[in-house]
Design a protein around this ligand. Structure first.
Ligand SMILES: Cc1cc2nc3c(=O)[nH]c(=O)nc-3n(C[C@H](O)[C@H](O)[C@H](O)COP(=O)(O)O)c2cc1C
Length: 221
């Protein structure tokens, strides 16, 4: 359980197909953060970090009759899968989204999971790590826009991890494996950026704790 002072951060694996590299990419991101923090980030005094695999939260294509932004002021969720997903997300203060790029965007599984809720995301903080042939920057940009749409604050640094062309992407796509050398290259070339993004996330969380954070909840589209 998270103590009252601790911040809860969820790491969301955005892809759900099998086979997939999402869990392996997520583990690498956590390994890089673990190597940077003085102590195990899973047992940190200031925050708890937990993985959320969308595969463990099977949601049909959005089927709520209610508008999530109207919950709980005007109405309430109807379906049990939405109530369960709402309880899961409501527990966290911030999120690290690890997303692949599919056809220049991010996966429908992730968009669907976001659309189910609104107030559970609103006013919270997000970090985005994307991956793809050239890093999945287009998916990252689209995800940032949507997260801002549910009134989240996205940290400025958005690491984008490139497979490289040819066999590197082919192995990921068909076998769900990162090709040899990719992890080492990402650690070497993208590790600092992942740590920087996480530092920005922690900074926002600490500003929130001290009451210094700007109010980004009121912006309208
Ligand atoms: C439907 C689909 C579309 C894809 N489109 C892109 C793309 O636009 N850009 C890119 O860099 N990679 C693309 N890829 C390759 C993915 O980056 C690669 O398959 C990766 O393994 C997907 O992550 P996952 O294994 O966690 O699902 C695509 C893969 C799939 C399955």
């Amino acid at each position: 359980m998270t103590s009252p002072k601790k911040k809860a951060i969820a790491v969301i694996i955005g892809s759900v197909r099998e086979p997939r590299v999402g869990p392996e990419v997520t583990s690498l991101v956590l390994d890089i953060l673990n190597a940077h923090e003085p102590i195990d980030i899973h047992h940190h005094p200031d925050y708890d970090l937990q993985e959320i695999d969308l595969k463990d939260h099977p949601l049909p294509l959005f089927d709520e009759p209610v508008i999530p932004a109207h919950v709980p002021t005007k109405m309430n969720y109807v379906h049990s899968h939405t109530k369960k997903w709402s309880e899961t997300i409501a527990r966290f203060d911030a999120f690290i989204f690890v997303t692949p790029q599919y056809n220049w965007g991010y996966p429908a599984s992730l968009k669907n999971a976001i659309d189910y809720l609104f107030n559970e995301w609103k006013g919270k903080y997000a970090m985005i790590v994307s991956y793809g042939t050239r890093g999945g920057g287009l998916a990252s940009g689209q995800l940032k826009q949507v997260l801002e749409g549910v009134r989240m604050k996205v940290v400025e640094t958005r690491p984008a991890l490139p497979f490289g062309g040819g066999n590197f992407t082919w192995t990921a796509m068909t076998k769900g494996e990162l090709a040899e050398g990719v992890k080492e290259r990402w650690e070497r070339e993208n590790g600092d950026e992942i740590v920087k993004a996480f530092e920005e996330l922690k900074e926002l969380l600490s500003e929130q704790s001290s009451g210094k954070s700007e109010n980004h909840k009121t912006r309208e589209a």
